[in-house]
Ligand binder design. Structure first.
Ligand SMILES: NC(=O)c1ccc[n+]([C@@H]2O[C@H](COP(=O)([O-])OP(=O)(O)OC[C@H]3O[C@@H](n4cnc5c(N)ncnc54)[C@H](OP(=O)(O)O)[C@@H]3O)[C@@H](O)[C@H]2O)c1
Length: 247
């Protein structure tokens, strides 16, 4: 059981899912450090979460693409985090971005390379502390199989999932727990305006609550049940059949 006073660092804190996770952790008594680009935009969340849940909440400027600033960012935090959640993601627009090397690079660096570089530092720090903790990385079901609709984003998420799997194995014998989250459709800014299938879509708050409950139970990879079943089928389709489907 993670002590309630374990500080949590939430990266990409303006994300709908991240905000839900911050609230779910605050409810349990965890002090919260919200990190995002333009941290002044987090002011309302800082006061709302701290007042509602009577925990310490602070906001911190963080751009994951500023790799040179990763270490100084970690050192600047008021508390050493024992829970780190990475909710950073850039979906892009596969059709519009196709062949655009700057757009493709941004998607790969934002979803894969830069979060991995940051989490590597975090894992080293948490492991060296001897207290362990939790690292929660938010990937996507899009990483389970490359699809024409979003294969740049999907392949970056696949890389992120493979990275988290390796990190989990590296620290398996220690108190550091690494969990991969694979959302399907969640109603957030990322999916705004999309025509989402009702039975496969969830709101950010209940999804976030399930993620935190899974983290507390020490789950390794978290999907919502329906998505686990669906992706089980999709990933097992032979390539010749899959390439002709409209998934
Ligand atoms: N919603 C879904 O259906 C769904 C499905 C599968 C996976 N996911 C994943 O779930 C996670 C959370 O997404 P969401 O749905 O909550 O969408 P979101 O609201 O669009 O959140 C994505 C967040 O990533 C942040 N971000 C992007 N680039 C960054 C950078 N360079 N440095 C720091 N932060 C950066 C954005 O910050 P700004 O606020 O500064 O733009 C934004 O708050 C993402 O990893 C996403 O890929 C979501």
């Amino acid at each position: 059981m993670t002590p309630a006073d374990t500080p949590a660092l939430i990266l990409g804190a303006r994300s709908g899912i991240a905000r839900g996770i911050a609230v779910a952790l605050a409810k349990r008594g965890h002090p919260i450090m919200l990190a995002a680009r333009n941290a002044q935009r987090l002011e309302a969340d800082v006061s709302d979460i701290s007042i509602r849940h009577s925990v310490e909440v602070s906001a911190h400027d963080f751009d994951v693409l500023d790799v040179a600033g990763h270490q100084s960012f970690l050192e600047s935090l008021p508390m050493k985090p024992g829970i780190v959640v990475c909710a950073i993601g850039v979906l892009g627009d596969q059709e519009a971005d196709a062949g655009d090397s700057a757009a493709t690079k941004l998607i790969v660096e934002s979803n894969f390379l830069a979060p991995c570089l940051f989490l590597e530092r975090v894992a080293t720090q948490m492991s060296a502390s001897g207290r362990g903790g939790h690292i929660v990385g938010i990937g996507s079901v899009a990483g389970d199989r490359g699809r024409a609709k979003n294969y740049v984003y999907g392949s970056a998420k696949a890389g992120f999932a493979a990275y988290l799997s390796g990190l989990r194995q590296k620290y398996a014998a220690s108190a550091l727990h690494v969990m991969t989250v694979k959302p399907g459709f969640v109603r957030t800014a990322m999916t705004e305006g999309m025509d989402l299938p009702g039975p496969l879509t969830t709101d950010a708050e209940p999804f976030a609550e399930r993620v935190v409950a899974a983290m507390e139970k020490g789950k390794l990879v978290y999907y919502d049940m329906r998505w686990r079943a669906l992706m089980g089928v999709i990933t097992h389709l032979p390539e010749r059949i899959f390439m002709k489907t409209k998934f």
